[in-house]
Design a protein around this ligand. Structure first.
Ligand SMILES: [Zn+2]
Length: 341
């Protein structure tokens, strides 16, 4: 990795809190809580079990979430995981981070939704101060569940929450099933970003046009709706044109996409073409634990695959912060760290 990649200010919009635990924290929390279900309590074995298996087409280990969520069922554990996420990101040169999580899956031991959200919000507030990073939290509802309205209401009730997202499986679980929730969010001026990964061709349209999301979670498949001829770009769908014309940020997660089988490696990823065509692309980790990736490694992969330099990354960082959902004062605080360089 080139030295500057580690130190250059970076910003991440798409990072799942329950997908970014440290392996040692997962083991320690399991021990403290007498949680018996981990496949191993040896650091190396557990890491190996969680991590992507390069020989499989769908390498992301979905079973790992059962355990990360399994040990995040009390306030102290949720707070600790949040603080550690900000510590790790800050140590990795990240100056702006949005963490996201699904509050309703943390109620297994009787926590109320407000206790859950406050644990993360307190971790964000304390972590921002302690680790000199600007951060915010987005609440996710799951596409396969029927409780998205409840999650939007939690976003409305908790002014420290910065946005709403729909995560989970996309094939067979359209965001259009959550039209009421998305409309309620928009009506109440809640920032909306929705996952639209590569598996559903009409995903981008459903997210930005039908559901009025301000950003797209992933969105790399938009490459299939455009054609590039030198500097000239033409659009095969009104959604792709809308995204381009309105500078809608795409929360691209290159490593996660590769591990899910969308691309054979990062150099095959559409990121480079979208960046060169002038789309508002951002670089994101998605799940640092499950994908065994840090923000520096993610940026380095993009830099090496597409020949980007420090100026390009600084410009992406600035655009990423501008695309952020925190208030203007906090955004400016993060931007200062980029522009004083
Ligand atoms: Zn995601």
């Amino acid at each position: 990795m080139q030295d500057w990649v580690k130190t250059v200010p970076k910003a991440v919009l798409h990072d799942h809190l329950d997908g970014g635990l440290r392996v040692e924290t997962l083991i320690e929390l399991a021990n403290e809580q007498n949680y018996q279900n981990l496949p191993s309590t040896s650091h190396d074995e557990l890491k190996k079990w969680i991590q992507p298996k390069p020989d499989k087409s769908l390498a992301i280990n979905l079973g790992a979430w059962e355990h990360t969520i399994g040990v995040m069922q009390d306030e102290d554990s949720i707070y600790r995981v949040t603080m550690e996420a900000l510590e790790d990101l800050s140590n990795d040169g990240v100056v702006y981070a949005e963490l996201r999580f699904a509050p309703l899956v943390h109620t297994l031991k009787g926590l109320t939704t407000n206790e859950i959200i406050n644990s993360v919000v307190n971790g964000i507030k304390d972590g921002m101060e302690k680790y000199d990073i600007v951060a915010g939290v987005i609440l996710c509802a799951m596409r396969q569940e029927q409780n998205s309205l409840e999650v939007v209401n939690l976003c409305i009730e908790n002014s420290d929450v910065i946005g709403f997202d729909l995560a989970g499986p996309e094939v067979g679980f359209s965001v259009l099933n959550h039209g009421e929730a998305c409309a309620l969010a928009v009506e109440n001026n809640i920032n909306v970003t929705l996952h639209a990964d590569w598996e559903v061709a009409e995903g981008i349209k459903e997210v930005v046009i039908d559901s009025k999301a301000r950003r797209v979670g992933h969105g790399s498949q938009i490459i299939n709706d455009i054609s590039l001829n030198g500097d000239k770009i033409s659009f095969q769908s009104s959604a792709a044109k809308y995204v381009f014309d309105n500078n809608i940020p795409l929360e691209i997660c290159p490593t996660s996409n590769v591990q899910c089988g969308a691309y054979s490696n990062v150099s095959e990823h559409s990121f480079g073409a979208l960046f060169n065509a002038g789309f508002n692309v951002t670089i994101n980790t998605d799940n640092r634990l499950m994908s065994d990736i840090s923000m520096s490694e993610e940026v380095n992969n993009v830099v090496e695959s597409f020949g980007l330099d420090e100026k390009d990354i600084l410009s992406i960082t600035k655009n990423t912060i501008k695309a952020g959902f925190v208030n203007t004062e906090l955004k400016n605080k993060a931007l200062e760290k980029v522009s004083t360089l």
